[in-house]
Design a protein around this ligand. Structure first.
Ligand code: AMP
Length: 435
């Protein structure tokens, strides 16, 4: 007996309605991004490890604990992408994509993090993300957050809560880091070993620590919002004003630093209201004005976000929203007999070239079995063709929902089907039909 294989721990197979729902979510997100002027970009799922280490930061959980890193046959260190931004920035620099004016790009695909799998946390998960390059103003931040909300609205999730913060510039962070160290050093014995190291190297990272004991030691720490320099403060205030202009409700959380080092100024997250806990973030992002230069490009301000597709699917299921659009009507051709089968094959081809989705049985079963398949596939119409009907140049046309059936001439069957589908489609959309 051969071994039974299972999917690797922390990964998911998508099939049936779940696979369709995932595509529906991506489609909604893509259409919203295109309304905001974004173009698609696709980058490899692995990059030189250094691309991620330099961008995301050596002290982050992602780089220090979660990367899928391997050596290829020539001994190069490569890493499966744990997030999308670093690769897009690498591509932007390499392809010189910011020429005159801003570049707005969106992507989707699998990301990989070696995390402890649990509900909403996987080792391979899908993200949809956007990145806008070349715009430093707070209106770009506001529009980015607006787009994230618009994607939620397009999916029927209109009450997502926006949490925002400013992590300032390196200057603000130096000042704030010093204050944080001053407050936390006396509590060093309560910090986890990772944070003890961060206290010396990268104090802001401490705010992102997931260890409960460590979080308890943070009570009463200073707020980064009180440590912003004047330009960072002005940018943040302008953003808050624009969010109000757009009637986007938000809360501020001065501890929101997100798990990546590259953010400057704005950091934000969209959460499910009423759901506390680590897995309640549907998506998040921020500004990263120094990253392009840091990876070797020309200084280019930038802002983006990524949303977790599995988390969105889980939420949609929880609130009872099915994102699959009304399925395109489908025609099923049932045929028995040598001549009928040959005609069925040709007719299916004619319908498909007219844009009508059409299937026919490939297992040589009888009519009963074929019509059961038509039901299972959700066909709107079925054509029933035996050698007798074909001999008379007719076919039986069956309305699957109503169960009614009528004999129709084969010569005009394509037009007859298109007319029926137009009427049935209008009825499914709730539009009035004329006799
Ligand atoms: P990040 O790239 O960490 O900013 O995460 C952006 C979004 O991706 C999160 O809000 C989640 O929705 C999703 N996400 C991040 N990590 C995982 C994971 N391990 N499993 C599933 N979704 C994730």
């Amino acid at each position: 007996m051969s071994a039974r294989f299972t999917a690797p721990r922390g990964t998911n197979d998508f099939s049936g309605p779940r696979a369709r729902r995932m595509l529906a979510v991506l489609d909604t997100a893509r259409r919203a991004a295109e309304r905001f002027g974004y173009d698609p970009v696709d980058t490899p799922i692995f990059e030189a490890s250094e691309v991620f280490a330099r961008s995301i930061g050596e002290d982050t959980d992602i780089v220090s604990k979660e990367m899928y890193t391997f050596q290829d046959r020539k001994g190069r260190s490569l890493t499966l992408r744990p997030e999308g931004t670093a690769g897009v920035v690498r591509a932007l620099i390499e392809g010189n994509l910011v020429t005159s004016g801003p570049a707005r790009l969106y992507y989707w695909g699998p990301m990989f993090r070696y995390e402890r799998p649990q509900a909403g946390r996987y080792r391979q998960f899908f993200q949809f993300g956007v990145e806008a390059f070349g715009e430093a103003g707070a209106t770009a931040d506001a529009q980015t957050i607006h787009l994230l909300r618009e994607i939620g609205r397009g999916l029927g999730l209109s009450d997502l809560s926006v949490v925002i913060n400013s992590v300032g510039c390196p200057g603000c962070r130096r000042d704030y880091g010093a204050r944080l160290v001053q407050t936390l050093r006396p509590r060093a014995s309560d910090l986890c070993p990772d944070c003890l190291g961060r206290l010396e190297r990268n104090p802001l990272r401490i705010l992102d620590c997931k260890v409960v004991r460590c979080q308890e030691a943070h009570v009463g720490i200073p707020s980064i919002l009180d440590a912003l320099c004047a330009p960072c403060r002005a940018h943040h205030d302008a953003l808050l004003g624009h969010l109000s202009d757009l009637a986007i409700p938000y809360t501020q959380d001065p501890r929101l630093v997100r798990g990546l080092d590259y953010y400057t100024r704005t950091a934000f997250e969209v959460r499910i209201p009423g759901h506390e806990g680590a897995q309640n973030a549907l998506g998040g992002g921020g500004r990263y004005d120094l990253l392009v230069e840091h990876l070797g490009g020309r200084p280019t301000p930038a802002i983006g976000f990524a949303i977790g597709v599995e988390r969105i699917l889980a939420l949609l299921e929880q609130v009872g929203i099915d994102p699959i659009p009304l399925g395109a009507p489908r025609v099923y051709i049932a045929s028995v007999g040598v001549r009928a089968r040959a005609r069925a094959l040709v007719l299916a081809s004619a319908l498909r070239s007219e844009g009508v989705a059409c299937t026919l049985d490939g297992s040589d079963g009888g009519f009963g079995r074929q019509l059961r398949s038509a039901h299972r596939e959700g066909a709107t119409l079925a054509l029933i063709m035996g050698d007798d009907e074909v001999g008379r140049d007719t076919v039986a046309l069956k309305n699957m929902a109503a169960g009614t059936q009528e004999e129709t001439p084969l010569g005009t069957i394509v037009e007859a089907i298109q007319a029926r589908l137009a009427v049935l489609g209008a009825a499914a959309r709730g539009e009035g039909t004329h006799a």
